[in-house]
Design a binder for this molecule. Structure first.
Ligand SMILES: [Zn+2]
Length: 202
């Protein structure tokens, strides 16, 4: 059974998400026009599927642009998350991006071949990372329904500013709402993904 089969019915149909992702492993935040400045939050604990600690690296550098994260291995092969322009987006959404990027390490995406941009496989990876992110906020950070609504509002605001169509925005929010409402622990969810991929460590 493929991962897509496993997730069918639990993740929103990929077609609604086709336009929301700019590139693999990148979560987009707010546009540069606003120039809002927020305090940058402390990164969460993050360990990849091989038990390696993931390091978060801020790359603001004074360059205006949307808040974004990128999960990858650096030149030395260490698992990292690059955080760009986090001060451009509110703390709730910074936390969401951190956990979304961490999820790409937790689920092994970073060490797997990149699926083609906007392919169903790519969109599934993004939906999974969104799901892990909101489950961690719910279970580890105590995000209640009001806090969920703040994350969803920030997501909506920032995607709209960048020009994503309503269908992409509402599909993405519907996915995290479904995860938040119906799913169990983030650990169980990640283990389910790893099991489907044959990556679950004994
Ligand atoms: Zn991503």
């Amino acid at each position: 059974m493929s991962l897509r089969d496993c997730a069918r019915g639990t993740i929103v149909p990929a077609v609604g998400l086709v336009l929301y992702v700019a590139s693999t492993h990148v979560a987009i935040g707010q546009d540069a026009q606003a120039r809002a400045t927020h305090d940058v939050v402390k990164p969460p604990h993050c360990t990849n599927n091989k038990g390696q600690t993931v390091r978060f690296i801020d790359r603001d550098g004074g360059r205006a642009g949307p808040a974004a994260g990128m999960a990858r291995r650096n030149g030395d092969g260490e698992p990292v998350v690059f955080r760009s322009n986090y001060s451009a987006t509110p703390p709730d959404y910074q936390r969401f991006i951190d956990r979304h990027e961490c999820a790409h390490h937790q689920t092994g995406d970073v060490d797997r071949p990149h699926p083609p941009r906007n392919s169903p496989e790519h969109l599934m990876n993004e939906s999974i990372s969104d799901c892990v992110a909101i489950l961690r906020l719910r279970d580890e950070d105590g995000y209640d329904r009001a806090a969920f609504d703040r994350v969803a509002a920030a997501m909506r605001n920032e995607m709209a500013k960048i020009g994503f169509p309503e269908i992409s925005i509402s599909s993405r929010i519907s996915n995290i709402d479904n995860c938040y409402t119906k799913y169990g622990s983030p650990k169980d969810f990640v283990n389910g993904v790893l099991k489907q991929r044959g990556l679950l460590q004994p």
